[in-house]
Design a binder for this molecule. Structure first.
Ligand code: HEC
Length: 193
């Protein structure tokens, strides 16, 4: 390829410099601060607007630790089929990714966490009170995220009842002796202790 003559280079440079200068004087350069110089209201440059009445909820349950919730909050719902069905929907959508559909841990994203998702059907987790599970859903736990913004209070109680039904199912499954041969019907009622 033939190299362009020196004057052509110079002309190119001069045109570039001129374009830059023109862009700068037109306010188009540097573009990195365009958003800052725009029409936006700058932080605190105007007094905040008054909120219309009723914008902020004032009748919710005040924030509290799980330890306090564990003893002060009680489930207002009964485990009707409709409540359990709603709880199952919510659990499968929000919790099963970590705790698995059966609540026993080992959900598909559990491996990403520093602590394994708890088995909700056995050990300490199964001994927790309704209020404690409710507050765990609302506030989160050590590594578990809170779901306070994703579920209403009513929905959280529905999930609590569904977790209870998962615990009953797990207990029933554990009560059936693991053996070969004909499958015995799962007993309908199994005492917890
Ligand atoms: C991102 C993964 C993740 C999701 C989603 C998740 N959890 Fe957890 N959960 C954990 C982990 C991890 C633990 C154990 C470590 C901890 O306490 O943070 C746990 C612990 C718990 C505990 C036991 C707390 C205790 O101290 O005994 C309960 C109850 C619980 N989760 C319920 C739920 C419910 C109900 C949902 C759905 C609304 C849910 N979790 C969604 C990860 C998750």
């Amino acid at each position: 390829m033939k190299r362009p003559e020196a004057p052509v280079w110079w002309l190119g440079l001069v045109v570039c410099a001129w374009l830059l200068l023109a862009a700068h004087s037109a306010g188009a350069f540097p573009w990195s601060i365009d958003m800052f110089r725009g029409e936006a209201v700058q932080p605190l440059s105007e007094a905040p607007r008054n909120m219309p009445a009723g914008t902020l909820a004032i009748n919710g349950v005040p924030p509290m630790s799980r330890e306090v919730a564990a003893v002060t909050l009680h489930n207002p719902l009964k485990p009707t089929p409709a409540v359990l069905a709603a709880g199952k929907d919510l659990f499968d959508t929000n919790c099963a990714v970590c705790h698995n559909n059966d609540g026993r841990g080992g959900g598909p994203v559990g491996f990403l966490l520093r602590l394994p998702p708890a088995d909700l059907t056995s050990g300490v987790a199964a001994q927790r009170s309704d209020g404690y599970i409710y507050a765990t859903i609302r506030n989160g736990s050590i590594v578990m995220p809170g779901y306070g913004d994703a579920m209403s209070s009513h929905e959280r109680w529905e999930v609590v009842l569904y977790v209870r039904s998962l615990q009953q199912q797990a207990n029933a499954a554990r009560a059936v002796p693991q053996q070969a041969g004909p499958i015995h019907p799962v007993p309908q009622k199994v005492s917890a202790k």
